[in-house]
Design a binder for this molecule. Structure first.
Ligand code: F0G
Length: 459
């Protein structure tokens, strides 16, 4: 008999989960103004809001925490992290920041000015926020196929080279750099192929433009390259990672994802002049250059996390769990962005709740229904997140309306996954009866999804 695939770790420490009744959840979600971010974590049974900072650290990481050096300047923890970044990612210069968006803030302060255009493959919302905040524009050059949720492609996160070539030839004087996001979170945790990364680099070189990588889930991207792209099957994840970054001038990192820590980020660079300029902003916004918003213990945990996060056995366990959720949904015929992504399943809310008008926020409506069903918290990746056009202030309606179910690293078991699938099946069975969604009552001028307040639209 063939032995089943199982996790590459065992559990040493646990945290209780709290069950609730539907009646309790109805009260709580109303008090939260139908915004899942406003719930208290005790009101959530299984939390799939994000895979960011929600993973379980290893015994090695906790041991490294105890060895943290909290010196203001020149801490050994800083040098541990510097060595890990040099050895694993291949960058000589780096600045620690408190998380990924802070890394964006520091680097973009050096590179972006008003009127600039930054082409990329589905900029993440904080990335877009930091671009638009500087009165510059994020130009999405993702391949068109990424918006067809039923189309199976091995590298559905890719940049469209034609779109990028057009952008570079039309606007090259306004483009400070090209941005590659790996994996492509917004398009469904979909990977970018090495071939695409190489071609983007070649195109950028033609116009003498640098390439920056938003690397939050770089290790998951490397896993997909190893398992899907010809010529990489015998390379280690660490070899693939080195090659991916060899095409980049700089990277911004949210360590809360593939470095498997609860807080942290960094900017890493190849150029001394960028480092010198960025250091000034780092000192201003984050902290001195050798800690930049992080404690020594947290930098130690990142250094170990970068090593563990780029081990094949860990990544295989991780990505197969996400795929397992996809397989359960397949059994029930529930549509999601195919194939399963690296960190999450993105349920196609537009297909599921086709009777809810898009102006009433289909993905948000599905998120509230799943919460009411079983206390599971996902996140809307749709029109609320897409926000208003900064110039016209009109709502932007993206091609995809999805409910993201992000799976924290090393946190839940496949029994939890079975429950998530069953709860979604129950919502699916009654989706024809859901004909109305929500209207916005209150919203912030930028990144409104975090704090938006909603009310049900009466039928
Ligand atoms: N880039 C990508 C691709 C991201 O997914 C995120 C965060 C960031 C940058 C910003 O990093 O949160 O450390 O400041 N994504 C989280 C998510 C929040 O839920 O997808 P951060």
């Amino acid at each position: 008999m063939e032995l089943p695939f199982v996790e590459s770790y065992k559990i040493k420490m646990v945290e209780p989960l709290r069950r609730s009744t539907r009646a309790e959840r109805e009260t709580w979600i109303k008090a939260a103004h139908y915004n899942l971010f406003n719930l208290r974590s005790e009101q959530v049974f299984i939390d799939l809001l994000t895979d960011s900072g929600t993973g379980a650290m290893s015994d090695r990481q906790w041991a490294a925490m105890m060895m943290g050096d909290e010196s203001y300047a020149g801490a050994s923890s800083y040098y541990n992290l510097k060595a890990a970044i040099q050895n694993i990612l291949g960058f000589d210069y780096f600045l620690p920041t408190h998380q990924g968006r802070a890394a964006e803030n520091v680097l973009f302060s050096v590179l972006i000015k008003e009127g600039d255009i930054i082409p990329g493959n589905s900029h993440f919302d904080t990335t877009k926020g930091h671009i638009e905040f500087r009165k510059a524009m994020a130009l999405d050059c993702t391949i068109d196929e990424a918006s067809d949720t039923q189309k199976e492609l091995p590298f559905k996160g890719n940049m469209c080279l034609n779109k990028l070539a057009n952008a570079l030839s039309e606007h090259h004087e306004k483009i400070p750099f090209v941005l590659i996001t790996i994996t492509n979170n917004t398009a469904g945790g979909q990977p970018v192929s090495m071939e695409c990364i190489r071609n983007v680099r070649a195109l950028a070189d033609k116009y003498k433009k640098p390439v920056v990588v938003d690397a939050a889930r770089f290790a998951e991207n490397a896993y997909f390259i190893k398992t899907r792209e010809k010529g990489f099957e015998h390379k280690t994840i660490k070899e693939i990672v080195k090659e991916m970054f060899s095409y980049a001038d700089a990277m911004t990192m949210s360590s809360k994802k593939d470095a498997i820590v609860n807080i942290g980020g960094f900017v890493a660079m190849r150029h001394k002049d960028w480092f010198d300029k960025a250091s000034v902003f780092n000192i201003m916004f984050e902290g001195y250059v050798t800690y930049g918003g992080m404690s020594g213990r947290d930098m130690n945990a990142v250094a170990v996390g970068l090593d563990e996060g780029t081990e094949f056995d860990y990544l295989e366990t991780r990505i197969k769990q996400v795929a397992y959720l996809g397989e359960q949904l397949d059994k029930y015929g529930i549509p999601y962005q195919r194939p399963a992504g690296g960190h999450a399943i993105f349920v196609d809310a537009k297909k599921l709740l086709s009777k809810v008008p898009r102006e009433e926020f289909q993905a948000q409506t599905l998120g509230v229904e799943l919460y009411l069903e079983a206390g599971i918290r996902g996140v809307e990746i749709g029109a609320i997140l897409a926000d208003r056009d900064p110039l016209t202030r009109e709502n932007r309606y993206p091609e995809l309306e999805m409910l993201r179910l992000a799976i924290p690293r090393r946190t839940y078991t496949n029994n939890h996954i079975d429950l998530i699938a069953a709860a979604l099946k129950n919502v699916y069975d009654r989706c024809d009866t859901i004909t109305h969604g929500y209207k916005i009552v209150k919203e912030a001028p930028i990144m409104r999804h975090f704090t938006v307040e909603l009310a049900p639209v009466d039928s």
